[in-house]
Design a protein around this ligand. Structure first.
Ligand code: DX5
Ligand code: ZN
Length: 239
């Protein structure tokens, strides 16, 4: 009886540790767009000392999206202070024009929008040749099937769960179906491509996204408007 109990316990522990190994560790990328630019250095210092994995940097041109964010003088300052790898999200037309500049900035991941790149395959190769990781981003209305022919070329697919341009918008719940669909496609071809989601991520939508198969969560307002930013990052990371 006692022996049986010990064996059962051992088996349960084994199942638990196996589960732990199988569990995907989600990465968190706070979005700089929601930072307080009045005390940017303080905010960046909190991110530096937090469990955040990357710093998400939204660059907008007022053409592809109806908003303008920050340019190179601000970005250079941010890059100097940030200890986290830069996950740059380019909401600009002709992003290929700035590959050299983003490389010089120290960008780790350069994400371009599918909708801005008629020669997406070429742009991905150029980003990788420059020594950065390449990500492709899809607007909410762009189907997941749009990336199948570059899935083996990219390092990450970023699914927008809001229409790009602004922080603090409501999460579009259909994104969960897209995450499940893309997760299945990535797993089916045994690739290491990361699946990132951006827009309206909080503790509730974040948990749903992790369950659906997201690897990386971008969070702007949820982090920067939280009373304790580091604690919010910790909670998101351990959903
Ligand atoms: C929106 C940006 C997002 C935005 C997210 O165009 O790409 O990164 O900052 O902000 P929240 O998390 O507040 O929706
Ligand atoms: Zn973004």
């Amino acid at each position: 009886m006692v022996k049986g109990l010990v064996v059962t316990k051992k088996m349960t522990n084994f199942a638990r540790s196996k589960n732990k190994i199988m569990k995907r560790q989600v990465k968190i990328a706070p979005s700089l767009l929601s930072a307080n630019f009045g005390h940017l250095e303080q905010d960046l210092e909190v991110i530096n000392n937090s469990e955040a994995d990357w710093l998400h940097v939204d660059v907008m041109d007022g053409v592809f999206v109806p908003n303008i964010s920050f340019g190179f003088p601000v970005l250079k300052h941010v890059a100097r202070i940030s200890k986290k790898p830069l996950d740059v999200h380019l909401m600009i037309v002709q992003p290929e024009k700035f590959i050299r500049e983003f490389k010089e900035l120290g960008t780790m991941m350069m994400n371009v929008h599918y909708e801005t790149c008629p020669h997406l395959h070429r742009v991905i190769q150029q980003i990788k040749e420059a020594g950065m990781k390449a990500g492709v981003t899809l607007n909410p209305a762009t189907p997941v099937s749009a990336v199948v022919d570059v899935l083996e070329d990219v390092d990450m697919v970023l699914l927008m769960s809001v229409n790009p341009g602004f922080g603090g918008q409501k999460f579009i719940s259909h994104t969960l179906d897209k995450v499940r669909d893309l997760r299945e496609r990535i797993d089916r071809c045994g690739s290491n491509v990361l699946l990132e989601v951006d827009g309206g991520v909080n503790l509730e939508t974040g948990a749903q996204l992790v369950e659906a198969g997201a690897d990386v969560l971008v969070a702007g307002n949820a982090v920067f408007k939280a009373p304790d930013m580091a604690e919010m990052i910790h909670l998101l990371k351990n959903l």
